[in-house]
Ligand binder design. Structure first.
Ligand SMILES: N[C@@H](CCC(=O)N[C@@H](CS)C(=O)NCC(=O)O)C(=O)O
Length: 235
C-alpha cells in the first residue's frame, strides 16, 4: 500500500499545503490505491518537509513523487505531453512554487495578526512551554528564508507589485487556455491549481488571498481542476 504523508487541515482548508495537495491529486488521477497520513512532525520527515511518499521506499519532495508515479505508471503523468506543454507547464510550475509560494508563506507567517492562525493550527497541540517557544523559532526561520530568497528584503508595497506580475501572467495565460499548459488538463495543473487554491482559500483572507480572489478567472480555473480530479484543498 502506498502511503502519502501530508499536512493536517489548517486555515479552513482540508489540505493547506500546495505540495501535498498536488501529490494527492496525482495519486487520485492515476487511480492508485493509497492511504494519506497527516502529520505536523516534520522533524521526522526525510527532508524536513511535507509531502513524502512511502511506496516500498521513501520519496521526499512532490516533484520527485510525481516523477516516481509517472515511471510507475509508464508515463501516466507526463507520457502524453507535448514538448510545448512540458515547457510551458514547467515555467508556470517554477513561477508558482519558487516565487508565488513564498509570498503565500509570508502572508501567513509574517503578518502579526495572521500569524495567530498559524499558532492556533500548527502549534496549539504542543505541550506548554513548547507551544510558546516553537512558533517563535519557526517564525524566525521563515523570516530568514524569505529574506534569503530576496522577497523578504522588499517593502510590502514592492512585494504586492511582484504578486501582481505573477497574477497577471496567470490570468493572461488562462484567458485563452482552459488549462495552464494547453487546452487539456495536465499534471502541471495539479501544481498550479494547488498553489492557487492554497493562496485563495485561506480563512481568513491574507493579503495574497485578497489579491488572488479579485480574479474570477483564477477561481474558475481552480474549481475546474479540482472538480476534474475530484480532489479539493478546501473543506
Ligand atoms: N520542494 C518541496 C517543497 C515542500 C514544502 O515546502 N512543504 C512545506 C509545507 S507546504 C513544508 O513542509 N515546510 C516545512 C519547512 O520547510 O520546514 C516539494 O515540492 O515537496
Amino acid at each position: 500500500m502506498i502511503t502519502l504523508y501530508t499536512l493536517p487541515p489548517a486555515f479552513g482548508q482540508r489540505n493547506p499545503s500546495p505540495f501535498c495537495l498536488k501529490a494527492e491529486m496525482a495519486l487520485v488521477h492515476l487511480k492508485l490505491d493509497f492511504e494519506a497520513k497527516t502529520t505536523l512532525e516534520l522533524n521526522k520527515a526525510p527532508k524536513g518537509k511535507a509531502p513524502w511518499l512511502d511506496d516500498n521506499g521513501i520519496i521526499a519532495d512532490s516533484e520527485l513523487i510525481l516523477a516516481h508515479l509517472d515511471s510507475k505508471t509508464n508515463g501516466g503523468l507526463y507520457g502524453q505531453l507535448t514538448a510545448e506543454e512540458i515547457a510551458i507547464g514547467t515555467a508556470f510550475t517554477r513561477l508558482a512554487e519558487d516565487h508565488l509560494y513564498w509570498m503565500i508563506v509570508a502572508s501567513r507567517w509574517l503578518n502579526d495578526e495572521w500569524f495567530e492562525n498559524v499558532k492556533r493550527d500548527f502549534f496549539s497541540s504542543l505541550p506548554w512551554p513548547l507551544r510558546n517557544i516553537v512558533p517563535v523559532i519557526a517564525r524566525r526561520r521563515v523570516r530568514q528564508t524569505y529574506d534569503l530568497h530576496g522577497l523578504g528584503r522588499h517593502s510590502l508595497a514592492e512585494q504586492r507589485s511582484f504578486l501582481d506580475r505573477d497574477i497577471n501572467a496567470l490570468v493572461a495565460r488562462l484567458s485563452d487556455h482552459e488549462y495552464i499548459a494547453s487546452d487539456r488538463m495536465t499534471v502541471h495543473d495539479f501544481t498550479v491549481a494547488s498553489m492557487l487554491a492554497s493562496g485563495m482559500d485561506n480563512q481568513p483572507e491574507t493579503w495574497v488571498s485578497a489579491r488572488m480572489n479579485q480574479e474570477q478567472s483564477l477561481r474558475d480555473y481552480i474549481e475546474r481542476v479540482q472538480d476534474g480530479v475530484g480532489v479539493f484543498g478546501r473543506k
